[in-house]
Design a binder for this molecule. Structure first.
Ligand code: ZN
Length: 177
């Protein structure tokens, strides 16, 4: 396995529309290795999600996992979830405003409104089509990662930039408890 280099905001790959993965490619050893590398990279940088464009690959792949995460204390857990060609089929009208950060938007946090719950369809790493519902923090991460696959970052979803905060100031002035 390998830790992949993270693309930051400003690299064109972050703003590109990612390509879908042909179903038959999913089980190939080369693609399976890429999935392992994405998981390892997410864990290395204490991410709760990582989309392929964030590692310079313009493909519709995202990995999500929340354990006892240092960057997001008090959230989760969410088991390791791999989404290939994900589609959000339905999302609740009810939204919630909460903090997000991004490995490609280094050292910044901001409040983003997201649907509280949603239904998503995707291929898993076995190449099976799965469909499930998610809510709360899990639903938020799915929306954040699916945005990456369309070339969007959380900054685009902020209603106002008034809450945009550097990480150190976030911990100092905004974090509860
Ligand atoms: Zn991100």
């Amino acid at each position: 396995m390998a830790i992949l280099k993270v693309a930051r905001l400003g690299h064109p790959v972050i703003r590109a529309q990612a390509e879908p993965i042909p179903k038959e490619r999913i089980v190939s050893p080369e693609f399976q290795r890429f999935l392992d590398d994405m998981v390892e990279t997410m864990r290395e940088y204490d991410g709760v999600g990582l989309a392929a464009p964030q590692v310079h690959v313009s493909a519709q792949v995202a990995v999500i996992e929340v354990t006892d995460n240092r960057r997001y204390p008090g959230e989760g857990p969410v088991p390791l979830t791999i989404l290939i060609n994900p589609k959000i089929l339905a999302a609740s009208k009810k939204q919630r405003l909460d903090w997000e950060g991004c490995l490609s938007v280094d050292e910044l946090r901001g409040q983003v409104p997201r649907a509280e719950s949603l239904e998503v369809e995707a291929y898993n790493r076995q190449g099976d089509k799965v469909r499930f519902r998610a809510q709360g923090f899990f639903a938020r991460i799915i929306q954040h990662e699916c945005d990456h696959l369309g070339g969007k970052v959380f900054l685009d979803r902020m209603v106002t930039l008034a809450t945009l905060t550097h990480l150190r100031e976030f911990v100092r002035y905004w974090q509860e408890g």
